[in-house]
Unconditional design. Structure first.
Lengths: 369, 310
């Protein structure tokens, strides 16, 4: 310690009592070396090394700072370490999830016919054969992909008009009336409905109207709309609110009716934000499992009709393949298919998020005119 | 005024106005009707289970004997998730709002939002296949060294598929929600308060402690409540990760169950009175989450004037 303190003493009176700029790097290097040494004693583990080094780094930097700069600066350093540390901890599961899905999912995805065949007729015997004799894993996710796309499409068709019109009511007609206030409040409450309760609602609704045991893609679409509508309302409301009032007033001044103003002036101005909000809402519901599980059942064959018969979807496909493998004695092919489907689902969701960002950027109102 | 050509022309336009405002009003009312309908249909379909004779309900001791262990299980899982996620989420939000370099901040915020984009079933699969396996040695250590605590009582589950693992997965899932909400509130702290405290010689941490955190406290509370609502209702993480069983105090043994996972695991094969029982369980979950969310929203609206968080 004394050797490292010597440069401090040479400083001018103004910078006295401050750690040199290179102090964190030195402490980091020492912590990494010490951490490696400790791990070498008790058995090396990459995660443990990171953890021990991080603790040593924080302790070293805070201790040194406390000795040189005083307790206030030391507390500041400690808080900085904790805050940065919590960010790094938050990154761990993200990296781990994406890595796990990539490693486990790529063999399934690159299987021939994975995207173009269904699970119709695939039995445990095929899976046993592929494990015991090395035959290729058969079966695919085509039926689930079709189901997911159709159910999400129907849910979007239901939710977007309702959500958008409600947002228009709140922004243009609501004027902070009691009704508008209560709609805002209950839309917020609706965002918190557990997805499985939304599924149960759709199931209970159709059980009461159509008959017990009704499970079709349309029921699942209704369940997803319950989850999707509040998201669409919130995002469109925000977007409509930021349309400048001058535009509306200019239209009114030209004698344009209110509904024409909204359709021709307000919505075109906000369309990029609305479109990206809708895309994000789709991305949110496309991965929902629980509501589809209780409303659409799980099919193994291709079903293009949302109004009759059970329908598969990617999330429920993943769920059933993990929990009830096609061949209980050899679950490996099933888990390979599940991870492949998970990879496809993540790619789908990330793609939707990316599209939302691109839309928001591409159609953003031009400024500077 | 009433007879000028300006106001009497274009009768069609006036009708358009009426139709359009009527349509928007109808859509708004439809949302209220849907929320009301959720409650109504759940009650109607759940009613048979509440009135059925006790021996017809799973477990054979009536609905309330059936529901209370899984209510407790739900609360345990959600509590674990909150205890883990809250400090980390506040740390991450502070990092993005006050510590990270300005150019990086929005990009880092996007990275955390990516956590929210991953579907829950993928988290469930990750928790079951990866996390449970990696974490079970830690459970053994806890059982051996901390076993005198009831919550760490051994023997630890060999597969690691315990309520603690499920709680950790839930924590990961609610982290982005709490983070993004608290981040918004931290960013709304009045700049003058921050600059005043820095000008008086406060360190960055003292500035945060004295200017940012007191300002953001109601927002943090409501963000945590919203995270709690999400954790209570989350299904897949628990259904896939937890090997369920009877209610136990130990977090590292097999056992416990949550309402959402119970519904997801049993609904596909259920029929008759079982369907009603599960819908009644869903109703209980709905009431709990509704209560939590309404309290959270109420806190937000109460502090809206000066926090701007919504």
């Amino acid at each position: 310690m004394t050797a490292t303190l010597t440069p401090v003493k040479k400083r001018s009176a103004l910078t006295k009592g401050q750690l040199p700029k290179w102090a964190p790097y030195l402490v980091l290097a020492v912590a990494l070396v010490l951490g490696a040494a400790i791990m070498a004693l008790i058995g090396f583990h990459a995660f443990g090394w990171g953890l021990v080094s991080a603790i040593l780094f924080a302790a070293g930097l805070v201790g040194w700072s406390g000795a040189v700069e005083g307790s206030r600066k030391a507390k500041d350093k400690l808080a900085t370490c904790l805050v940065v540390g919590s960010f790094l901890i938050a990154l761990l599961p993200l990296v781990s999830v994406i890595w796990t899905v990539l490693v486990n999912g790529l063999p399934g995805l690159t299987d021939p016919g994975f995207l173009t065949t269904s699970m119709n007729g695939v039995t445990g015997a095929f899976d046993n054969k592929s494990v015991e004799e090395g035959a290729p894993v058969v079966g695919g996710i085509f039926h689930a992909l079709i189901g997911t796309l159709l159910i999400t499409l129907v849910a979007t068709i239901i939710s977007v008009p309702i959500g958008l019109l409600t947002a228009i009511y709140l922004v243009e007609y609501g004027n902070d009336r009691p009704l508008a206030r209560s709609i805002t409040f209950f839309v917020d409450v609706m965002t918190g409905i557990p997805s499985i309760v939304a599924g149960l609602f759709a199931a209970a609704f159709f059980f009461a109207i159509v008959g017990p045991g009704t499970k079709t893609g349309a029921v699942a679409a209704v369940a997803l709309s319950v989850l999707m509508i509040p998201v669409v309302v919130r995002s469109s409301e925000e977007m409509l609110k930021i349309v400048p009032n001058e535009l509306r007033e200019a239209a009114y001044a030209l004698g344009v009716r209110k509904w024409r103003t909204i359709l021709k002036v307000v919505i075109p101005t906000a369309i990029s934000g609305i479109a990206s909000g809708v895309t994000l809402a789709i991305a949110r519901v496309i991965g929902e499992t629980a509501p589809i599980l209780v409303t659409a059942g799980f099919a193994t064959s291709i079903n293009y009709n949302v109004f009759s018969g059970w329908m598969a979807s990617l999330p429920t496909f993943i769920y059933t393949q993990i929990l009830n493998p096609t061949s209980p004695s050899n679950p490996d092919p099933s888990s390979q298919r599940a991870w492949g489907a998970a990879l496809v689902l993540i790619i789908l969701v990330m793609l939707l998020n990316l599209i939302a960002r691109l839309i928001a950027r591409a159609f953003a109102p031009k400024t500077g005119r | 005024m009433t007879t000028t050509s300006l106001t009497s022309s274009r009768g069609a336009g006036r009708a358009g106005d009426k139709v359009f405002s009527g349509a928007t009003l109808a859509a708004g009312c439809l949302i209220l009707a849907v929320l009301f309908g959720v409650a109504l249909f759940l009650v109607v379909q759940a009613f048979p289970a509440l009135t059925a004779s006790p021996d017809m309900i799973k477990g054979g001791e009536g609905f309330f004997a059936y529901i209370w262990p899984i209510v407790i299980g739900t609360l345990i899982a959600a509590t674990i998730a909150l205890v883990i996620a809250t400090p980390i989420a506040i740390g991450v939000a502070l990092f993005i709002s006050h510590f990270a370099p300005r150019q990086l901040a929005s990009g880092l915020g996007y990275v955390v939002d990516l956590l929210a984009a991953i579907p829950s079933v993928v988290y469930g699969a990750w928790g079951a296949a990866f996390l449970a396996k990696e974490i079970s040695p830690a459970y053994n250590w806890l059982a051996n060294n901390m076993g005198w605590l009831p919550i760490f009582q051994g023997p630890a589950s060999a597969t690691g598929k315990t309520i603690l693992t499920a709680g950790i997965v839930l924590a990961v899932m609610i982290l982005p929600i709490i983070t993004s909400l608290t981040r918004e509130i931290f960013l709304q702290t009045p700049k003058l308060h921050e600059e005043a405290s820095l000008a008086l010689g406060a360190t960055r941490w003292e500035m945060i402690k004295m200017a940012v955190l007191p300002f953001a406290r109601p927002g943090i509370i409501s963000a945590v409540m919203l995270g709690l609502g999400r954790a209570l209702g989350e299904t897949m993480a628990v259904a896939l990760v937890l090997s369920s069983g009877a209610l136990t105090a130990s977090l590292i043994q097999t056992g416990n169950q949550t309402i959402a996972a119970e519904i997801a695991l049993n609904f596909p094969e259920a029929s008759g009175i079982q369907v009603s029982t599960l819908i009644a369980a869903g109703l209980v979950l709905f009431v709990i989450t509704l209560g939590v969310n309404m309290i959270a929203r109420w806190i937000i609206t109460r502090h809206k004037e000066f926090s701007g968080a919504n």
